[in-house]
Design a protein around this ligand. Sequence first.
Ligand code: UDP
Length: 387
Amino acid sequence: MAERLARLLRWRCVVIDKREHIGGNAHDAFDSAGVLVHSYGPHYFRTNSARIIDYLSQFTAWHPVEYSIKSRTAGRYWSFPVNLNTYEEMVGHPATEEEFAAYLERVREPIERPANSEEVMLASIGRELYERFFEGYTLKHWKRHPRELDASVCGRIPVRLNRDNRYLSESFQALPRDGYTAMFGSMLQASAPTRFLPGMPLEEARRHFTWKHLIYSGPIDSYFGECHGRLPWRSLRFEPESFTAAKLRNDASADGPAGFWQPAMQVNYPDRDIPFTRIVEIKHATGQRIDATTIVREYPADYEETGEPYYPIPAPDAKRQYRLYRELAEREENTTFIGRLATYRYYNMDQIVGMALKKADDLVARFGGGGNKVRSENEEVRRKKLR
Ligand code: UDP
């Protein structure tokens, strides 16, 4: 937003973050083993939008990736998301698309309009696959049963009849070649004279600055002092472990190809008795050439435990509560609420970029036109004076 507003409206922008670095949750950094890791969980950039690719391509080159993940349960790795390979692994012999389709036809539950995440999976893959891959994972991750979550939560994971093992379906799948932090760095540079002030929470900024417009991307309930109660947020605890080449060779649990700990960028652990949901080894995706590697175990956590609100909870009760805040937000003057936390929606990164571009367009339409009008009115006055 700052980049757009600085360039298109010539606004003098100040970007603040209560954290000490740019990039928000998309921030990445080299850890002590020299491995580039995503500091707040993996950010798999993908999109179908040419506008979004064009916009971001001003600030970064790309490293194309086919994001591929596996699920681990019952003592083995499984192809995931569910596809023909998964089916073969389940039945233990080669099979055709037709056989898999016939299986699904048999086990699918006839639910016409799936109203929650359990129903959406029962209607698409049946009980056995749902229980194996989705029920436990979802319970751990959200601390809610799939029955209590919108259909869109589990419904966002594709199910394929063919052997396409890619986790995501969008046409453009790539990471910023030099990382997200570098991309945001060059965006900030292009936003001159925009300043970035790290370690500055909004309350402190209020003491230092006045502004004609605020773009707020923090949690909406905090903005309004939690006057309608705290919204339910879900959080994560990240536990990194790094391996030098020697440590990797000596680690009996290492299962990956040379230089890697595990066989895929992400391995999901849907079993309820395992406290983490997934292990991410982002080097598979970044393409970094380095002997060392780092894996990060993700433990679901309550917001109260970490103080980090990562996920809004896509459930009817949470949305009802959010609507009370949205009403306040709509009445808040000179303020734009944007992003996952301020609009309480489970957006992907490209959707956030799209939202920012759209909101910037709106501000340009509102203030660009108005600004020109003010300028021409002033010119009129000046001309009259000259006459
Ligand atoms: N999910 C699941 N099992 C899996 C992967 C995903 O049950 O192996 C469900 C789970 O509820 C999860 C949701 O699908 O929160 C969305 O998964 P995604 O990988 O997109 O989650 P994110 O990366 O946004 O945390």
